[in-house]
Every structure is written in structure tokens, then in C-alpha cells.
Design a protein around this ligand. Structure first.
Ligand code: CUA
Length: 174
């Protein structure tokens, strides 16, 4: 047995395995698409097509009174920068990342939602009382990590439907 050849072979195999492991979300074959399920999303085309295009971001009222929030985390901001949701209703959050791993947290709560490139994290949140929360990234994501923070405004439930759709994702309307 030639140990040197074996070592070269193993190293090459390791490197070849590492490439798909780190770039897995860019590989597009039918079997992978099936295994990933509906939570897969291409981080490189978030802004171009699919549910995370710009005018789809923010808070959307659902038929049953709950809301759906779509959000992108990217170095070093959350988009939209300011969120508006009604108090006391289920908030279905769908978040993904355009680059690194981020973690979305809300001041004064236990909520922590990972935003991962290539995957849509889906969680249900609820904010019982109206108020303002700081949204802060809690996963070290690069040089600007400590500045990665934005805002969530929770308004009384009866005030929310009165807002126009284009005001709902935007705290400036308040
Ligand atoms: Cu994003 Cu830390």
C-alpha cells in the first residue's frame, strides 16, 4: 500500500466533499429539490423572484386575522428595517438570509429565530401587548454584526387593519 497516494486521495476526497457541503444551496438537481422540500430558497436570487421579492416583504394580513411576516436578514441589516404587527394575534414569521447565518431576537422576549442562507425558517410568534421592541442579531455574522439591529412596533389589534397594505411593513406610517 502506498501511504502517500492514499493520503493524497483522502485529502482530495475531503475537499471535494467540502465544496458541496458549503455550497449545497446552489446545487440544483431534482432529487435534492425533493429532499429540501418547500423551505428551500436560493439566497442569490431572493430579490429577483419568489416570495422574498421587495414588495412582498413586511407584514401581510391573513384571512383568519393572523398575520404573515416575510423578512430577509443580510449583512448587516434586517429587511424591512422596521416591522409593524398587531398585538395578540399569531404572527407567522418567514425569514431567510441572503448571506451568513443570523439570529433574529426581540428585546424583552425569549424569541430567537435563525436566518439561514438557502432555507426559510418558519415560526409562529405572538406579542400580547402593544409596544416597541428592538430586533437584534444575536449570531456573530461579520464585522458589522454589532450594528445589526432594527425595530418592531406592535400596535393595538383594532388599529392594524386600518393601515393601508403599503403602510403595514413600515414603522414610518406610525
Ligand atoms: Cu447578523 Cu449578527
Amino acid at each position: 500500500m502506498n501511504w502517500r497516494k492514499l493520503r493524497v486521495f483522502l485529502l482530495t476526497a475531503l475537499v471535494l466533499c467540502l465544496i458541496p457541503a458549503t455550497r449545497y444551496y446552489q446545487i440544483d438537481v431534482p432529487l435534492l429539490r425533493f429532499l429540501r422540500g418547500s423551505h428551500h430558497v436560493d439566497p442569490l436570487s431572493l430579490h429577483l423572484s419568489g416570495e422574498f421579492v421587495e414588495n412582498n416583504l413586511g407584514t401581510e394580513q391573513d384571512a383568519d386575522g393572523s398575520v404573515t411576516v416575510r423578512m430577509i436578514a443580510q449583512q448587516y441589516l434586517f429587511v424591512p428595517h422596521c416591522l409593524l404587527v398587531p398585538a395578540g394575534v399569531p404572527v407567522h414569521l418567514r425569514i431567510t438570509s441572503a448571506d451568513a447565518v443570523h439570529s433574529l431576537t426581540f428585546s424583552g422576549t425569549e424569541y430567537a429565530v435563525k436566518a439561514l442562507p438557502g432555507t426559510i425558517s418558519v415560526v409562529e410568534l405572538s406579542f400580547p401587548r402593544a409596544g416597541e421592541y428592538k430586533t437584534v442579531c444575536r449570531e456573530f455574522c461579520g464585522a458589522g454584526h454589532y450594528a445589526m439591529r432594527s425595530e418592531l412596533k406592535v400596535v393595538p389589534r383594532d388599529q392594524f387593519p386600518a393601515l393601508r397594505p403599503d403602510e403595514r411593513g413600515n414603522c414610518a406610517a406610525q
